[in-house]
Design a protein around this ligand. Structure first.
Ligand code: SF4
Length: 303
């Protein structure tokens, strides 16, 4: 077995088109695909200040590296933003801090503890009927947006990949929440509102396996562990289900995303009347009278 492009030993088989690639051809393929997504979907423009959402994990470290590489060649600036949710023995930002220092990347860290007064571990202990991932997702989205606004970034880049996005599409279908899907896609935002910083996803068409292989080959200092709360999540169930189907029917993840992108303009058109409200408690943008962040905080206070 050898690389499709040369005689070298392959390091990966691209599942969809069953192509084997060696280290250097895979690295080239990966970066080219991310750059193609950026160009095709107009994710980054000249003079942009891009806040890169970093967790210290393989996906976001790969994204930070790649966007920093682009920033050195093009007229854009980047900075890193990390959220410490307060998950014992999991969230680890030491390596990220070191990496940013060595590469002269400005890093800002926001924590649940400092911003909301509690850690995710506190919430899980206190309120049993709240799903940790739902709480984590709501609060993290709030903080990332807050960080991007405060830091005057005009784009917020996240490392969501093909696996993440196909899971989100299926989760929204299964929960009957199509309106939520209008917030998906390589660049998000149905309603233009200056309180929201547009989110961009350069890894949109790259798989989890490809991102993990890229991070491994580049030897980024990352932990490959899983969050202790991921086992209980609906996303975890959907991920296992899609992976199982993908194993038997190669190309399923791509098919989910491509058919979703075909439908997205219609979905956006159907929900274009949706207005962003202002939360009665905190004045932040919200889809209801009270935003999800305040609903969680209130529930926590009552307990
Ligand atoms: Fe948060 Fe759930 Fe991800 Fe853990 S698995 S970091 S709780 S969203």
């Amino acid at each position: 077995m050898s690389c499709k492009e040369c005689k070298e030993k392959p390091v990966i088989r691209l599942t969809n088109n069953k192509i084997d690639l060696c280290r250097s051809h895979f690295l080239r393929y990966f970066e080219k695909k991310a750059l193609k997504t950026i160009a095709k979907h107009h994710l980054i423009s000249k003079k942009d200040l891009v806040a890169v959402a970093c967790s210290g994990g393989k996906d976001s470290m790969s994204l930070l590296y790649l966007l920093n590489k682009i920033a050195r060649k093009r007229d854009i600036k980047i900075m890193a933003v990390a959220i410490d949710e307060g998950i014992k023995d999991y969230r680890e930002l030491k390596n990220l801090k070191k990496y940013c220092k060595e590469n002269k990347i400005n890093l800002k860290i926001y924590s649940f503890k400092k911003e909301f007064g509690f850690t995710l571990d506190n919430v899980v202990k206190k309120i049993k009927d709240l799903n940790p991932c739902s709480v984590c997702g709501v609060l993290r989205r709030r903080l990332l947006n807050k960080a991007a606004v405060e830091l005057k970034a005009n784009k917020l880049a996240t490392a969501h990949n093909l696996d993440d996005e196909s899971q989100s599409v299926m989760m929204n279908y299964m929960r009957g929440n199509l309106e939520r899907s209008t917030r998906l896609g390589p660049i998000t935002g149905l309603v233009k509102d200056k309180r929201f910083v547009p989110r961009i996803k350069p890894f949109y068409f790259l798989t989890e396996k490809e991102t993990a292989t890229y991070a491994y080959l580049k030897q980024f200092p990352v932990k490959f562990g899983e969050c202790p709360y991921s086992v209980d999540s609906f996303r975890g169930e959907i991920r296992d289900l899609i992976n199982e189907i993908e194993k038997r029917h190669s190309g399923t993840k791509n098919a989910i995303i491509n058919s979703f992108l075909g439908l997205l303009p219609c979905l956006k058109e159907s929900y274009k009347g949706s207005k962003v409200k202002t939360c009665r408690h905190c004045s932040e943008p919200s889809s209801g009278e009270i935003c999800n962040t305040c609903l969680i905080i209130n529930k926590l206070k009552k307990n």
